[in-house]
Design a protein around this ligand. Structure first.
Ligand SMILES: [Zn+2]
Ligand SMILES: [Zn+2]
Length: 349
């Protein structure tokens, strides 16, 4: 089989690997769609293995197949897998983490919080930019019939991450939400929050991404490099500030603006990874009764819930994909994605 490996220093390569067969408890997926996530750039850009070490994920000795948004069809089932968990031909997404399976976090589907540590497919083990991928059957999440494989791929990281963040913020149709950063997670948050009835204000420094956010339902699109975002958000909310702010950028200036532009009793959620932020705790947080939360991806249970929500509300998640690629176009696919001016890319097989 073929697989796209991250070689470090902005290089990818298409390599041949032996065709996999499933061990006990495992399945082999025939990949149909493998999404490109903003966090893939963290592994694409630096020297080999550097990102995994920086994120505390340990040493990676050989180039790994990338891609942590796996969606496809069960091609082979290993010994001991119950039929309820996996059957050949089943359309599935993969919750791309594996933990011990027995600790309190694993048992409720949050295997990335496993006390014993976790394997991340496409990050610390081979991922989905390949013809096939081997995973434990318990990591599978059924893909509703109404959804395309590409939509399933998006839900397997970017869109699922946005869904879980909105869920944790208790977003309602009464709220005005500011979304900082219109990469794949931010654009998904715009699309989902609009479907949930909220008024959404999208912020990004890229014209193309702001225009796209408007198409996906944003009421207003703001460029924080042109207008002071705190002032602009207050003006759009009668001087109060937004009810909720979501940072998908990971940029310190955006995090600060999110905190400063959120109203008294409001909630700010960080999903953009890395870096830091400095705030004046009394002025920016305590005296505003502000809630600040972090949100990291989603559980396998919430992944299934997100898929159901997208199907039932007929949300066109496929629209997030502005580029569709084959595996042999991986070099061009990542070169373009690295410009951070596009929507989402996906490999289709
Ligand atoms: Zn565990
Ligand atoms: Zn991701």
């Amino acid at each position: 089989m073929r697989g796209v490996v991250f070689l470090g220093n902005r290089q990818v390569g298409l390599r041949e690997f032996p065709d996999p067969s499933p061990g006990p408890g495992e399945v082999v997926l025939a990949i149909k769609a493998s999404g490109m996530c903003g966090s893939d750039l963290k592994f694409y850009r630096p020297a080999p293995g550097e990102a995994q070490r920086a994120l505390g994920l340990g040493d990676v000795s050989e180039p790994l197949i990338g891609g942590h948004e796996p969606c496809g069809v069960v091609a082979a089932v290993g010994p001991g897998v119950p039929e309820a968990e996996a059957r050949v031909g089943m359309r599935v997404m993969d919750h791309h983490y594996c933990g011990c399976g027995g600790c309190p976090h694993c048992r409720v589907g949050w295997s990335q919080l496993c006390r014993a540590g976790f394997v991340g497919y496409g990050v610390t083990a081979h991922g989905a930019h390949a013809d096939y991928m081997t995973v434990p059957a318990r990591t599978l999440v059924p893909l509703p019939d109404e959804l395309s494989f590409a939509t399933g791929a998006a839900i397997s990281c970017g869109t699922g991450t946005a869904y879980n963040a909105l869920r944790r913020m208790n977003l309602s149709g009464r709220d005005t939400l500011a979304v900082f950063g219109q990469g794949p997670v931010g654009l998904s948050a715009v699309q989902l929050a609009t479907a949930m009835g909220a008024r959404v204000i999208a912020l990004d420094v890229t014209k193309e991404r702001l225009a796209f956010a408007k198409e996906l339902g944003a009421d207003v699109a703001l460029d924080p490099s042109a207008d002071d975002p705190i002032e602009a958000l207050k003006q759009l909310t009668h001087g109060e500030g937004v009810d909720l702010a979501l940072d998908c950028s990971g940029a310190e200036a955006a995090r600060t603006a999110a905190i400063r532009a959120t109203r008294t009793w409001g909630t700010v959620c960080f999903v953009g990874e890395g870096g830091s932020v400095t705030i004046d705790v009394s002025r920016d947080m305590i005296r505003k009764q502000l809630t600040v939360i972090g949100s990291w991806t989603f559980s396998s249970v919430i992944q299934g819930e997100c898929a159901r929500f997208v199907a039932d509300r007929k949300i066109d998640v496929d629209r997030l994909f502005t580029q569709r690629w084959t595996l042999d176009q991986a070099t061009e696919a990542y070169r373009l994605f690295d410009t951070q001016t596009t929507g989402k890319g996906v490999f289709l097989l």
